[in-house]
Design a protein around this ligand. Structure first.
Ligand code: 5AD
Ligand code: SF4
Length: 465
């Protein structure tokens, strides 16, 4: 029996969170145990799952590695593994090879299923003394990063996942991205789009529901371009077909998904919102910018007007639908007029919530080489103005919930106040309310009594399983 403990540090998006759940599931299956507590010195193996989407992700990664090196120096058996999107970038693995010889296992996003074997091969080499010494540190490195994406590459099915929650789960429906937005590194790190077979997804969701999962979040960089080929009929399913099928899964109460690209959001999917009772009234629909000229240079393939029309259609077909978005501030060449168009779009739409980002040049992407990069102080000034508008919108949208009774899936105890629970409405609104911990994982009806910018407060009016 394996007695080693591990800890995973995850940076980045839900995709990465889910990859970490899979890594955790595979290690648990091999007998490793998840370390308790925050102190990394008490753990045998640390795995850092990296993200490359923005600059501060790189900085945090190398900062964390610096801390781990100290532990490694004091304890040569301490094991450091790194994976995730950053490993798909050649300049990063080159830097790791040259300057971080003490990192034990390096694996890419296409090699996750190989990780437990790599780890064991590394331990084997370490135990037989076949390792080598670099800068006074013993190294038995295992390195596997596939960077060639072939259409024929199979999606590895059936990997276990150790879920963060008993009552809700992520489910990958596709991998990769074909869109090549000019600022984005993802198509280079995650490769081309590949959709899972509908039968595999449905079987996974059924198994999750049978295991008590009430809510699934379907994951993909652009779920609207899902094209899964049925193993039974050979027919191609689109994303709406998949939603209709999952809506029939017994025991499942809620379906969410992330992320949607506006250019591929079909009328069929909008109809599914209206027709499928399990599909939550919430959509994350990244706009990125409010100016059509910036959108064109971002290669987003829609205009401001087309996006506004999409929102109009969604709100008409699904009254009360909550909409959140991503916006990048300070894209190269963004003028004050362009930025004001982003502000006015945000004012007009009144998003329920938004993720706002400072543009960060990513090596290898077209926009990193564009002229007219925006000075940092201008980016920050615009960012602050945007956040203010966004927060006003969220506050107004949240205020409209006061007095309503909402069904809430209870996620857990509040981290700060004891006796307080929190959960989410179907619109993905965070709600705090008093209640016993036995309610975690169940659906309760909560009357909303107060609101602020980022959350709602309420009181339970009924409990139901
Ligand atoms: N700079 C800033 N934000 C970015 N995003 C993606 N690439 C960059 C970048 N280079 C943002 C986009 C995307 C979200 C996941 O991250 O808004 O929707
Ligand atoms: Fe990046 Fe654009 Fe693909 Fe989203 S759709 S992952 S922003 S390239």
């Amino acid at each position: 029996m394996n007695s080693r403990s591990y800890k995973i540090i995850t940076f980045g998006c839900q995709m990465n969170e889910h990859d970490s759940e899979v890594i955790s599931g595979m290690l648990t299956q091999r007998g490793y145990t998840e370390a308790a507590g925050e102190d990394m010195r008490n753990t045998d193996i640390v795995i850092i799952n990296t993200c490359s989407i923005r600059e501060n992700a790189d900085k945090r990664f190398f900062g964390t590695l610096g801390q781990l090196k100290k532990i490694k120096l004091a304890n040569p058996n301490f094991t450091v593994c790194v994976c995730g999107c950053m490993m798909q970038q050649e300049h990063i693995t080159k830097k790791l090879r040259q300057s971080y010889p003490w990192v034990d296992v390096i694996f890419g996003t296409h090699n996750i299923h190989e990780f437990p074997d790599m780890l064991e091969e590394m331990f084997q080499r370490r135990s037989t003394g076949e390792d080598w010494t670099v800068n006074q540190i013993r190294s038995s490195r295992e390195f596997r990063v596939d960077r060639v994406y072939r259409d024929s590459d199979r999606i590895v099915e059936g990997l276990p996942a150790k879920r963060l929650f008993g009552h809700k789960s992520f489910v990958n429906i596709m991998y990769g991205c074909n869109n090549f937005c000019t600022y984005c590194i993802v198509p280079y790190t995650r490769g081309r789009e590949k959709s899972r077979r509908p039968e595999d997804i449905i079987a996974e969701v059924k198994a999750l529901a049978a295991d008590g999962v009430k809510e699934v979040t379907l994951l993909g960089q652009n779920v609207n371009s899902y094209r899964g080929v049925s193993a039974d009929s050979g027919n191609e399913w689109d994303f709406a077909d998949l939603i209709y099928a999952l809506n029939e899964v017994e025991g499942l109460e809620r379906i969410r998904f992330m992320t949607s690209h506006p250019k591929d959001l079909s009328d069929k999917l909008i109809a599914a919102f209206a027709e499928c009772d399990k599909l939550c009234n919430y959509i994350h629909l990244p706009v990125q910018a409010g100016s059509s000229s910036v959108l064109r240079r971002m290669n987003r393939k829609y205009t401001r007007e087309q996006y506004l029309e999409l929102v109009r259609k969604l709100r008409e077909a699904v009254p009360g639908i909550a909409i959140s978005t991503d916006i990048i501030v300070g894209f190269p060449g963004e003028t004050e007029e362009d930025f004001c168009e982003t502000l006015s779009l945000a004012e007009e739409i009144q998003y329920d919530s938004a993720f706002t980002f400072l543009y960060s040049p990513r090596r290898g992407t077209p926009a990193a080489d564009y002229e007219n990069q925006i000075p940092e102080d201008v980016k920050h000034e615009r960012f602050n103005r945007l956040v203010e508008v966004m927060n006003r919108g969220s506050k107004a949208r949240n205020a409209a919930f006061v007095g309503r009774v909402c069904r809430v899936l209870v996620d857990g105890p509040d981290k700060k106040s004891s006796g307080i629970l929190n959960g989410r409405t179907e619109e993905f609104k965070l709600v705090d309310f008093e209640g016993p911990e036995e309610l975690i994982g169940s659906m309760v009806d909560v009357e909303i009594t107060a609101s602020n910018t980022f959350s709602l407060q309420g009181r339970i009016v009924s409990e139901q399983e």
